[in-house]
Design a protein around this ligand. Structure first.
Ligand code: GLA
Length: 389
């Protein structure tokens, strides 16, 4: 196993780890801020993610350790748990709380977490840790949940325990992702297709703006509320469950029902982005990366101007990408407000792209981005605990 984790577990707990699990992070190729509006999204799992080594103990205590954070609380078994400050361990604790409230008998646990996803960078480090914990508890205590149940549990932890009113995309992607495949997920019906990611001679670059993200949760929840306001206004004449139940033409016929201009802009993004995902799915299936790239740029522009979740750092990445003829398209990915962008770059040009982008960005923003070539990997699963590093 990577990163010498079994040895680390042994050093901390003076025992061999018995069980190991991994859940990836994700990027979303297109379809941003529409999962909670019943839209179509197109995420992929990436090969970075969260590892969990775990042993049940007989001490009635949950021992949380992470190689990424200094806080390592021990929490005694109770009937239910509450969020404790902003500590990283709240994500797995929320999952334990959910299982406990569902009536599952969970014993004490010795846990070691390690994530090689840049944390808080919009690559779903939180969905990754929630899903790996849910998968592990389901496996260790034979709770009998399906993978989709685990996705729903993880989302509910994020919504109700952590307080972020996110949609289902991230948890779904990190659970159901497949190597070299993208997921086309309908977030209303939860029907999905696993499609070849088919990037031809392009590779997927992930660019972390390295901007420290603040207040993402409150700004995110504000967008969710704005969409609900728009939906209510449209339903004076329509009868829809989600903004993504209508296409752009129908929206244009009824958009004057939305009085507040900002709210109208938010809804316009949502409806148009949903239409873009359909076109993008067709373009990917036809191996038309040039068209796919154009849709990525259009998605970014809309997130910048209509949804207003970009920022000068993400915009700088996309601005540079537009000047490079070897890039088919680029956009912010995830919630925004900093975090990561993605770009489709000709494979043989990747090194030059990284260097030129880093120079452009550093010059403009004042510090360097991190650029990775991303591999599309599998969803959550168990690992063999072996000692080799
Ligand atoms: C975050 C949320 C997702 C989704 C994206 C934006 O990653 O967790 O549910 O809304 O933002 O597309």
């Amino acid at each position: 196993m990577k990163h010498g984790l079994p040895q680390k577990f042994n050093e901390i707990y003076h025992k061999e780890a018995q069980h190991a699990y991994f859940s990836p992070g994700r990027v979303n190729l297109i379809g941003e801020h529409i999962d909670y509006n019943g839209g179509l999204v197109m995420p992929c799992a990436i090969t970075f993610g969260t590892y969990l080594l775990i042993n049940p103990n007989q001490d009635n205590v949950f021992r949380f350790r992470s190689l990424n954070f200094d806080e390592n609380p021990e929490i005694a078994i109770q009937d239910s748990y509450t969020k404790n400050g902003d500590g990283w361990f709240n994500f797995p604790l929320g999952v334990i709380d959910h299982f406990a409230k569902d009536g599952h008998k969970i014993t004490g646990l010795d846990m070691l977490f390690f994530g090689d996803i840049p944390i808080g960078a919009g690559l779903s480090s939180s969905a990754s840790i929630e899903v790996v914990m849910a998968y592990a508890l389901n496996d260790l205590f034979n709770a009998g949940y399906s993978k989709l149940d685990l996705v729903k549990i993880a989302k509910s932890v994020e919504n109700n325990f952590i307080g972020m009113n996110c949609g289902i995309m991230d948890q779904f992607a990190v659970a159901f992702g497949e190597k070299d495949k993208a997921i086309v997920l309908n977030c209303d019906t939860l029907k999905y297709d696993i499609v070849p990611s088919n990037l031809g001679n392009y590779v997927l670059a992930i660019i972390n703006t390295n901007k420290s993200r603040k207040l993402v949760e409150s700004k995110y929840n504000e967008r969710v509320e704005e969409c609900q306001t728009a939906l209510k206004a449209l339903n004076k004449e329509l009868n829809i469950h989600y903004l993504c139940d209508i296409d752009t033409a129908t929206f244009n016929q009824h958009k004057n029902l939305i009085i507040d201009e900002v709210v109208r802009k938010r809804a316009q993004h949502v409806v148009e982005e949903n239409d873009r995902v359909k076109l993008a799915a067709d373009a990917l299936a036809a191996n038309n990366l040039a068209e796919f790239g154009k849709l990525m740029y259009a998605s970014h522009d809309s997130l910048r101007d209509l949804y207003e979740v970009s920022g000068k750092e993400l915009d700088a990445v996309v601005e540079y990408a537009k000047t490079n003829p070897h890039v088919a398209g680029a956009r912010m990915t995830g919630a925004g407000f900093g975090g990561c962008a993605i770009a489709l770059v000709k494979e043989y040009q990747f090194d030059d792209f990284s260097k030129e982008l880093a120079d452009y960005y550093t010059d403009k923003i004042g510090y360097a981005p991190s650029v990775y070539q991303s591999l599309i990997g599998n969803g959550v699963g168990s690992l063999l605990v072996t000692s080799e590093a």
